[in-house]
Write a protein that binds this ligand. Structure first.
Ligand SMILES: [Zn+2]
Length: 119
C-alpha cells in the first residue's frame, strides 16, 4: 500500500465531504487506521459534528475587488511650499501612480488637449 498522489487527493476530497475514515478506506482499499493516520499527517482539520455546527456563521462582506499592488499613491496633498504638504501614500492601483480615488481625479485632470490645429 503506497500513498499515491491520486489516493491522497481522494482521501482529502472524501474527508472534506464528510465520509468516515472506514468508508474512505473501503473506497480505496486501505484500512480505517491508515486513513485516520493519513488524515492526521495531512493536517486536515478535525471535522466538526454537523450537530455542533453553529447555526449562523458571521457573513463577511467581501471588499470591492480593486487591485492594489503598486507603490504608494503619489498624489500631492496641500501646497508644496507649506509644512503640511505630503503625498497621499495610500495603496496605489497596479501600474498607476495613484490610489483609486486619485486616479479618477488624475484622469479628469489629464483629459488630452491636443493642438486644435494639428492635422
Ligand atoms: Zn491617493
Amino acid at each position: 500500500m503506497t500513498w499515491t498522489d491520486e489516493r491522497v487527493e481522494i482521501v482529502t476530497k472524501l474527508w472534506s465531504e464528510g465520509l468516515t475514515a472506514s468508508a474512505i478506506g473501503r473506497r480505496i482499499g486501505v484500512t480505517k487506521n491508515a486513513i485516520v493516520g493519513k488524515v492526521h499527517r495531512l493536517g486536515l482539520a478535525a471535522r466538526q459534528s454537523p450537530i455542533r455546527k453553529p447555526v449562523a456563521e458571521p457573513v463577511v462582506e467581501p471588499e470591492p475587488v480593486v487591485e492594489l499592488t503598486g507603490p504608494p499613491c503619489h498624489w500631492p496633498i496641500g501646497e508644496p511650499d507649506k509644512n503640511d504638504f505630503r503625498y497621499c501614500g495610500k495603496a496605489a492601483l497596479a501600474d498607476k501612480p495613484y490610489c483609486p480615488e486619485h486616479d479618477k481625479r488624475a484622469y479628469i485632470r489629464q483629459v488630452p488637449r491636443r493642438g486644435v490645429n494639428a492635422a
